[in-house]
Design a protein around this ligand. Structure first.
Ligand code: MOS
Length: 745
């Protein structure tokens, strides 16, 4: 069949849900109006380690409007704790293998120890303050300094997906062969997600049927997780998340609160809304762990890498071996015969850390790309030239060719737009008044996630010529709803204004959670498959129908545009066909099976980041003056939403470099920051001009439309480009994130 000429895909269309969101018409999970609603407040542990010895709830229970105080004595036991597997696997995805309010042990500060349910949110909060909780406290372990000597090498990390160690060749030999070595230890503060919408679940029982409105990246992941924890059939649970107000990974795993909301609703016999306060977002949905990474590079005088060693130390919870996979990309993206990457973990009084935008790459590429900058400086080579000398057209770990790359073009076009050529490499030589000026660059790379399960979508065309396309996974702010209408329009041969995308409901065809920058690729694959299957069905029906002007035409030669099927001089619209044959609608389900894990290709998205900073020579203040990012994300489905994603990622990278930080108080095991007043993120006044260049590359391996994803790569390498620019400005290597005034004065 001749493909319709793509016209909608790639266009910079405005978001279809933009008006609903800015006008307040969009209803988020905390805003679903249900009669007779009760409200649950989660009570978190004050101590970080030890035991709850008693909870006196008498005063709380006596308060007006209080319906229940649920503690480990009254809350039901969970049926089964499913294993910790990242939600992109299409499985249950609890955020950690410990479920709270089941025993008296306290593993971390803020761990839920009770729920207070009342007829209003204010009464629930007030009554919670009246609980008298007694503890037996033991000294917590939370910080790198406290845990360093307790560290062990885990067999696997990240829900078992990633080995704790990866090696090729002989790094010691590679370092002996080297003419030059650089070695650096990088430390990172912990980071917390701060989406605009804090997590919320509204739970409503109808007999044995459970309806959850959940702020989640994957409604199916919520459904499976709650089903396993409560021991009720998946077929009895429906999860809806029509609007989700951002996430950055905080809603990728299914933390305890959706299940707690369902338990509370059953206990009081009313619908229950459970939302986390902004403060609770710091202790309830995972975080990017504090960490230390050591990178050692060996190279010949000509700048060819002989060895890379990349080690990471970080705290994990008492129950899961979790580290964000910071080591990994460093094994793949540069040609180098000898490699060693390994994780060390120590058990700390923390919940299990989780995904946070570019989980692993954002921190791992920082250490690698700062080390390369240092190496370039040692060798007297331009930083881009050093990278080109170690450029690889194959995944250096597996030897498989990239499914597509575009990295050379990213360096070229990025350097061109930024004005890199002719840069004086000597640090500290450019000065404008009080400001020292420097520029820096870094490579960006982010893997195209290998998804496990088949992805499905449904396309339905009505007799009036309008279409709806459906898939379960919500648009959590990325623009999926807009982009999928475009993909469906081209697949069906309809105008994009005739196509609507519906999502965020487990009643719709299953698609894995939108994580790992894989949403656009996997959802477009399923939508494309459904839309083209429906077009084929309609064309086949027309050419086989003696009543159609297309009767007898070769279906392969039928072209569809604006809902009209044409073969030579003959044509009939979809509408005419359906009306004439007395069909109110037609529909098709499309399925896409992702490539197998052992596909003989390396699948990686590439980019190049450039930054210019000004550092106040006396005050140590760093201002980022401009940033350029050039990215090769395969096919671009919507130039506007893609650019917005990448720009947001780059600004997030600025935050990672200069602002975002949380620390544990070593004595109490509490986060030092737990509000947006204390936990700093970039605001408009911090934001410079951000220049985004999109370089389309063809890729016929990753998915049918060749979409590699833009959700996370925008951030990768930004902090390194900024740190390298700070070195260029000042001559100082700051190996700590964020880089603060204190580091520079
Ligand atoms: Mo993304 S941090 O994989 O939700």
């Amino acid at each position: 069949m001749t493909a319709t000429i793509p016209s909608a895909t790639g266009q910079p269309l405005d978001r279809v849900d933009g008006y609903a969101k800015v006008s307040g018409r969009a209803r988020y999970s905390a805003e679903i109006p249900i009669p007779d609603m009760a409200y649950a407040y989660v009570v978190g542990s004050r101590i970080a380690a030890g035991r709850v010895t008693g909870i006196d709830a008498s005063a709380a229970q006596a308060e007006e409007g209080v319906l229940a105080v649920l503690t480990r004595q009254t809350l039901p036991r969970i049926a089964e704790q499913p294993p910790l597997i990242p939600s992109l696997a299409g499985t249950a995805a609890p955020g950690q293998t410990f479920f709270p309010v089941q025993d008296d042990t306290v593993h971390y500060a803020g761990q839920p120890i009770a729920l207070v349910v009342a007829d209003t949110w204010e009464r629930a909060q007030h009554a919670a303050r009246l609980l008298r909780v007694s503890y037996e406290e033991t000294p917590p372990v939370t910080t790198l300094d406290q845990g360093r000597d307790l560290a062990y090498e885990p067999e696997r990390i990240f829900g078992g997906w990633i080995p704790g160690r990866s090696e090729r060749g002989d790094v010691a030999a590679g370092l002996r062969e080297a003419d030059v070595t650089v070695d650096g230890t990088y430390t990172y503060a912990a980071n917390n997600h701060n989406p605009l919408e804090a997590s919320c679940t509204t739970a409503q029982w109808d007999g044995d049927d459970l309806l959850l409105y959940d702020a989640t990246q994957g409604v199916n992941a919520t459904q499976m997780t709650v089903s396993r924890l409560l021991g009720i059939p998946m077929s009895r649970i429906r999860v809806i998340g029509h609007y989700v107000g951002g996430s950055f990974g905080s809603k990728a795993m299914i933390h305890a609160h959706p299940t707690l909301a369902a338990m509370a609703a059953r206990a009081v016999g009313r619908p229950v809304k459970l939302f986390l306060t902004r403060e609770q977002m710091f202790t309830s949905v995972g975080h990017r762990e504090e960490q230390e990474q050591q990178v050692t590079l060996g190279a010949t005088r000509e700048g060819r890498l002989t060895a890379i060693r990349h080690l990471k130390l970080s705290p994990t919870s008492h129950f899961d071996d979790w580290a964000e996979p910071s080591v990994g990309t460093s094994s793949q993206i540069y040609a180098c015969p000898h490699y060693e990457g390994a994780y060390r973990l120590f058990r700390a009084n923390t919940m299990t850390p989780t995904f946070m935008r570019a989980p692993g790459e954002a921190s791992g590429m920082h250490a690698l790309e700062c080390s390369l900058d240092e190496l370039a400086h040692e060798l007297g080579l331009d930083p881009i030239e050093l990278r080109l000398r170690n450029h690889t057209e194959v995944d250096a770990m597996t030897g498989h060719p990239w499914s597509s790359s575009g990295l050379r073009e990213c360096y070229e076009r990025g350097a061109d737009r930024f004005g890199w050529a002719g840069r004086d490499p000597r640090p500290g030589t450019r000065r404008e008044g009080d400001w020292l000026i420097g520029t820096g660059m870094a490579t960006a790379s982010y893997p195209v996630a290998p998804l496990a399960n088949p992805q499905r979508a449904r396309a339905r065309l009505y007799a009036d010529g309008t279409a709806v396309v459906q898939a379960a996974t919500p648009d959590f702010g990325t623009g999926v709803a807009t982009v999928m209408a475009q993909v469906a329009a081209d697949g069906l041969g309809l105008g994009v204004d005739r196509c609507r995308f519906e999502s965020g409901d487990t009643d719709l065809p299953n698609i894995a959670a939108a994580v790992g920058s894989a949403g656009a690729g996997m959802i477009s694959a399923a939508v494309h498959s459904a839309a083209t299957a429906l077009r084929r069905q309609l064309v086949d029906s027309a050419v086989a129908d003696p009543g159609s002007p297309l009767f007898g035409a070769d279906p392969v030669r039928v072209v569809v545009r604006d809902g009209v099927m044409t073969a030579g001089a003959a044509s009939e619209s979809y509408s005419d066909l359906l009306r004439r044959t007395l069909r109110p609608d037609a529909e098709a389900v499309g399925q896409w099976n992702p490539p197998a894990h052992d596909v003989p290709y390396g699948m990686m998205t590439f980019g190049a980041q450039f930054a210019e900073v000004a550092v106040d020579a006396d005050l140590g203040v760093v201002r980022v003056r401009r940033m350029t990012g050039a990215f090769a994300p395969g096919r671009v489905l919507n130039a506007k939403t893609a650019r917005s994603q990448l720009m947001g990622g780059m600004l997030w990278g600025l935050g990672q470099a200069l602002l975002e930080a949380n620390h544990m108080d070593p004595d109490t095991g509490h986060w030092v920051s737990s509000s947006l007043g204390e936990y700093l993120v970039p605001v408009n006044a911090d934001a410079p001009d951000v220049d985004v260049e999109l370089i389309e590359v063809e890729d016929d391996v990753v998915n049918p439309l060749g979409v590699k994803g833009v959700g996370e790569i925008g951030q990768v390498g930004v902090s390194a480009a900024i740190a390298n620019a700070v070195h260029h400005a000042t001559g100082r290597r700051i190996r700590e994130l964020p880089i603060t005034i204190e580091d520079l004065i």
